[in-house]
Unconditional design. Structure first.
Length: 317
């Protein structure tokens, strides 16, 4: 008996337990409708649970989500052993599945806010996926997206294995394709924010392209910009093989050309933000150049500035 007591004293066994519906309702009433069970040893929730605020299960032991769970705020399932989600799950806020064992989502899956799938084992998205916010797929083995996908926020595909974008892709926020194997953009794609193609093997863009945020082409294989390119944000071309700019280039913010083989700028160029040409082979600036930010000329061979140059910010030499 004495040995048994000593064993119990020195051995810590964490109990695995479940909460009753009544107890959970008390917790929510004391926390403005939110339910924080993060790190708890709970393994399942009662059927019919409805959470008016956020439900935090981060690092909990839970293995199964009840069929009719409704969360009117955000649902955090980070680093739980969850492997699948029920078809009747209702989430009106964000859903965070980072670090779970989720491999698939059922068809017609709907999230009212953002969906974070970083570092999950998911390889394919379901048909008719509905997302009310952003979709983050970084560090997954996702290889394709379904046609007609609409993301009402940002779509982040950075460092995934995706090689081709689907038809009729619509992204109402930013589209991040950094460090992917994308080689071309679909003609019927619509992106209403920034477009990040840095560190991709893409070699050309289609004519008449309009980007409503920043366009990042740093360290790509782009050698020539398309005709009638319009960028409502900044244009980043550092580390590309661009040698000239198109005459009808329209950039509404900064233009970054550092560390490119470009040798001249077109006449009557207007840059509405900063113009950076440091570490280029440009020897002279064009007539009627207007820069409404800073002009960076460091490590160039420009020795004389044109008389009609207009710079509202600093000239950095």
């Amino acid at each position: 008996m004495k040995n048994n007591k000593n064993f119990q004293k020195h051995t810590k066994i964490k109990p695995i337990f479940n909460y009753t519906m009544k107890y959970l309702e008390i917790l929510m009433s004391e926390n403005n409708g939110n339910l924080d069970l993060s790190g708890k040893d709970i393994i399942e929730l009662p059927d019919g649970l409805s959470v008016m605020g956020d439900l935090n299960l981060c690092e909990a032991k839970i293995t199964k989500i009840p069929e009719n769970l409704s969360v009117y705020g955000c649902l955090d399932l980070r680093r739980t052993p969850i492997r699948d989600l029920p078809k009747n799950l209702k989430i009106f806020g964000d859903l965070d599945l980072r670090g779970t064992h989720i491999t698939t989502l059922h068809n017609n899956f709907t999230v009212g806010g953002c969906l974070d799938l970083r570092r999950t084992h998911i390889t394919k998205l379901p048909q008719n996926l509905v997302i009310g916010g952003s979709l983050d797929l970084r560090f997954t083995n996702i290889s394709q997206l379904s046609d007609n996908l609409t993301v009402l926020g940002d779509l982040n595909l950075s460092e995934t294995t995706i090689k081709k974008l689907p038809n009729n892709l619509t992204v109402c926020g930013d589209l991040n394709l950094n460090k992917t194997q994308i080689t071309e953009l679909p003609k019927n794609m619509a992106v209403w924010g920034a477009l990040d193609l840095s560190n991709t093997p893409i070699i050309e863009l289609q004519d008449n392209l309009t980007v409503f945020g920043d366009l990042n082409l740093q360290s790509t294989r782009i050698k020539k910009l398309p005709n009638n390119l319009t960028v409502f944000g900044s244009l980043y071309l550092s580390g590309t093989d661009i040698t000239e700019l198109p005459k009808r280039l329209n950039v509404r913010d900064s233009l970054q050309l550092s560390v490119t083989p470009i040798i001249y700028l077109p006449s009557n160029l207007t840059v509405y933000g900063d113009l950076d040409v440091c570490y280029t082979k440009i020897r002279s600036l064009p007539k009627n150049l207007k820069v409404f930010g800073d002009l960076n000329l460091r490590n160039t061979k420009i020795r004389k500035l044109p008389d009609n140059l207009m710079v509202t910010g600093k000239i950095i030499e």
